[in-house]
Design a protein around this ligand. Structure first.
Ligand code: UD1
Length: 315
């Protein structure tokens, strides 16, 4: 019987994908996660509908039988964060590069029909023009960016050399429910929301005029499902972004307005490895994959704020 396998399925984005796959019914959903950054409670309520394997993607012998025969393998397992990869490059290299290699190897051996890989917009680095188009030369500025780019290169090489049908989606600053705000390496929107709810000032690194294409998690999940079905995309790379761009100052202003409060931000030194501006050109993803982002930043922030308030209230 057809199965879908999600590596990193207990993580923030992975669990949103698993929830959607499980809700759609159809093929069984199998999760691979070592729970390093993922959490079992992200999958709460799905216990009867998914098969969970607490294993590490670096362990080929453990993952190979789980991956074998899958219809679609969504590869999201990674150690994220630009600053974490600068401070601790070894674990992120081992998981993001070596682990990814083992996942693709298992997919070839196990004759998986399609692989959808979670690549990163960080691969672009600082480009001279915006928005960022897939044809631009990558210029990674951090170990994380280089590692995620290597995953794309391996996807393409495994396609050419071994016939693996793997497509890479460059995620652009994904945010939404279940993004964990508790670590200094957490995504900025989750940190801002926690500050807002607790009526504290966030610290903005630099002048706050750096900008990001913040993409709501459900739009990325929708695109992954489309990428799983699209024809002729093996070995290719697509931007998975919203197509807009907001500065951190604008995001913090919007959040204060939504909440009806005034809490000035604090400003600290710029963060090493930071990209200045990021915005996706979504033309290719719309054309080839049927990408159609639905959530404006304000709508996504409202939804995420509602979830985070409930979550913090419950703790
Ligand atoms: C990068 C990638 C993104 C990837 C993510 C994985 C780019 C453009 N984006 O996100 O695709 O998914 O890594 O981790 O490279 N900031 C503050 N205060 C805070 C926290 C962050 O000002 O408390 C700032 C950062 O300095 C940065 C921005 O917010 O300028 C976004 O940071 P973050 O959410 O960590 O994501 P990126 O590093 O942009």
């Amino acid at each position: 019987m057809k199965r879908h396998v999600v590596t990193g399925g207990a993580g923030f984005i992975g669990s949103a994908l698993v929830r959607r796959l499980a809700a759609d019914g159809g093929a069984p959903v199998v999760v691979i996660d070592n729970l390093l950054t993922g959490k079992e409670r992200n999958l709460a309520g799905l216990e009867d509908r998914i098969e969970f394997h607490r294993i590490d993607i670096r362990d080929y012998d453990a993952i190979a039988p789980v991956i074998a025969g899958a219809d679609t393998l969504y590869h999201l397992a990674a150690i994220p964060s630009v600053p974490r990869s600068i401070e601790q490059p070894v674990p992120s290299h081992e998981v993001n590069v070596d682990g990814t290699f083992q996942v693709y190897r298992a997919a070839v051996e196990g004759k998986v029909r399609r692989v959808v890989y979670a690549a990163s917009s960080s691969a672009y680095g600082d480009t001279e023009t915006l928005p960022k188009v897939e044809s631009m030369a990558p210029r990674p500025l951090s170990p994380y960016a280089a590692q995620k780019l290597m995953g794309e290169y391996y996807a393409s090489v495994f396609h050419t050399c071994y016939g693996l049908d793997a497509v890479s989606l460059r995620f652009f600053n994904v945010y939404g429910p279940r993004q964990d705000p508790s670590s200094p390496y957490s995504g900025v929107i989750s940190i801002f929301l926690k500050c807002l709810i607790e009526r504290r000032s966030p610290t903005i690194f630099g002048d706050g005029e750096q900008s990001r294409d913040f993409t709501y998690v459900e739009d990325v999940v929708g695109l992954m499902l489309k990428a799983a079905r699209a024809e002729g995309v093996g070995g290719k790379v697509y931007n998975a972004g919203n197509g807009n761009r907001y500065t951190l100052n604008q995001v913090w202003e919007t959040l204060q307005r939504l909440e009806g409060v005034e809490i000035p931000a604090l400003y600290g030194p710029p963060r090493p490895g930071d990209v200045r501006h990021s915005q996706a050109d979504t033309t290719a993803a719309r054309r080839d994959l049927g990408h159609k982002p639905r959530f404006s930043l304000e709508e996504g922030l409202r939804r995420t704020l509602a979830w985070q308030r409930q979550e913090l209230g419950a703790v």
